[in-house]
Ligand binder design. Structure first.
Ligand code: SAM
Ligand code: SF4
Ligand code: SF4
Length: 368
């Protein structure tokens, strides 16, 4: 019998914006003094892959109910919300999913977002995370639409293993072609994300490092996380990033590099021979909640304050109910000012979100 999990149900209510309007100042902070700087927008809950750690086929099967088109935020609605977030201090927008390149005419949305300006008049960093399967044919139009950079997920170079991990028979060559196309059109530097699952693909760490060393692409290793409720996560399958670095340094000497920004999630390591860098994202073993400036907007317009949240705030209900931009800005300000989420820091402690609080949202729904 297959497990039925309904990760989309949550207890969110339409946010309150009564009792005075607060104009955005770009200086919003939460209860832990973290500003709002990044917005991740999931543009679809659908995907053409069935990665075993994200959308396992036994859950996301042919009976799985994806959202109907009418439930998705339209491009106009996304742009409107994004504009308010930018007024509140957001400088970087990442489109994600599901697989964002499956959303029809995604270029039109990118064009609109690329026109937004920060209160100081600077353009935003508009990026996208993709599984790469459609990137070769879309790279040029994405660049033309104003996309700044792209992050491509690739978990193995071994074709048979990669096909098993994506569980949809996509070949490594398709993704490598996508990376090459992105580099060729100037969506650079391309970042390549590899989720490391101990016992599944950790033997690919050194081959991946060898392949991308000197290529101009920045390979980043992500610790396998306990997101969502359907991937059957187990700590024994997490390979700590420190061991990833050790394994690579055995073959290619590395030296630590400074972070680009305080909010950077990856720790950077440079090859001592000057042929580029790698990053490690230690979401499990070295939590970075203290500098987490990210908000997430789900496919159907719910605002989540943490990847591990169990409930979101229904911004779609607000805007479809006729709220003004001022009311939306006030609601977002109230929500962010009340934020105290720091799941990864608390993981394992009694105060961490427990499964009894309700199912956590799936990564494919709020995006990585
Ligand atoms: N479909 C796109 C892709 O795969 O790049 C975008 C959405 S995907 C949810 C975003 C990122 O989350 C991917 O790099 C994926 O590998 C990562 N991811 C998904 N589940 C994960 C997990 N349990 N632990 C760590 N990373 C995960
Ligand atoms: Fe799809 Fe990305 Fe999840 Fe893989 S990680 S199933 S490509 S959304
Ligand atoms: Fe941010 Fe939540 Fe991840 Fe901590 S656990 S870094 S608060 S998303």
């Amino acid at each position: 019998m297959s497990r039925r999990i309904i990760p989309l149900a949550d207890v969110s209510a339409i946010p309150d914006f009564s009792g005075g309007v607060s104009s955005p100042s770009g200086l919003l902070t939460d209860t832990l003094a973290r500003p709002l700087r990044d917005l991740r927008i999931s543009v679809t809950d659908r995907c053409n892959f069935r990665c075993v750690y994200c959308m396992p086929r036994e859950v996301f099967d042919k009976n799985y109910q994806f959202l109907p088109h009418s439930a998705l935020l339209s491009f106009e609605e996304i742009e409107r919300l994004a504009r308010v977030f930018v007024a509140h201090g957001v400088e970087k927008i990442r489109l994600t999913g599901g697989e964002p390149l499956l959303r029809k005419n995604i270029e039109f949305l990118i064009e609109r977002l690329a026109l937004l300006r920060t209160p100081e008049g600077r353009p935003l960093d508009v990026t996208l995370t993709t599984n790469g399967s459609l990137l070769a044919r879309k790279a040029q139009s994405l660049k033309d639409a104003g996309l700044t950079r792209v992050t491509v997920s690739l978990d193995a170079l071994d074709d048979a293993l990669f096909r098993r991990m994506n569980d949809a028979d996509f070949a490594v060559a398709d993704v490598l072609d996508g990376i090459a196309a992105a580099q060729a059109v100037g969506l650079a530097p391309v970042k390549v994300n590899m989720v490391v699952k101990r016992g599944t693909n950790d033997q690919e760490i050194v081959p991946m490092a060898r392949h991308f060393k000197g290529s101009g692409a920045v390979l980043r290793f992500i610790e396998y996380m306990d997101v969502g409720a359907s991937n059957g996560w187990n700590m024994s399958e997490v390979l700590p990033s420190a061991q990833v670095v050790e394994r690579i340094a055995e073959y290619f000497p590395l030296a630590p590099l400074e972070a680009h920004t305080a909010a950077e999630t990856a720790q950077r390591w440079g090859y001592r021979d000057g042929s580029g860098e790698i990053g490690v994202i230690s979401s499990v073993t070295r939590a970075f909640c203290g500098s987490c400036t990210r908000a997430r907007l789900s496919t159907e317009g719910k605002l989540y304050l943490c990847l591990f949240a169990t409930a979101g705030h229904d911004l779609r209900g607000l805007i479809r109910g006729g709220a003004s931009d001022e009311a939306v800005a006030t609601a977002i300000a109230r929500i962010w000012e009340a934020r105290g989420d720091r799941y990864s820091q608390l993981r394992g402690s009694a105060s961490a979100v427990s499964r009894e609080d309700g199912p956590r949202v799936e990564m494919s729904y709020i995006g990585g």
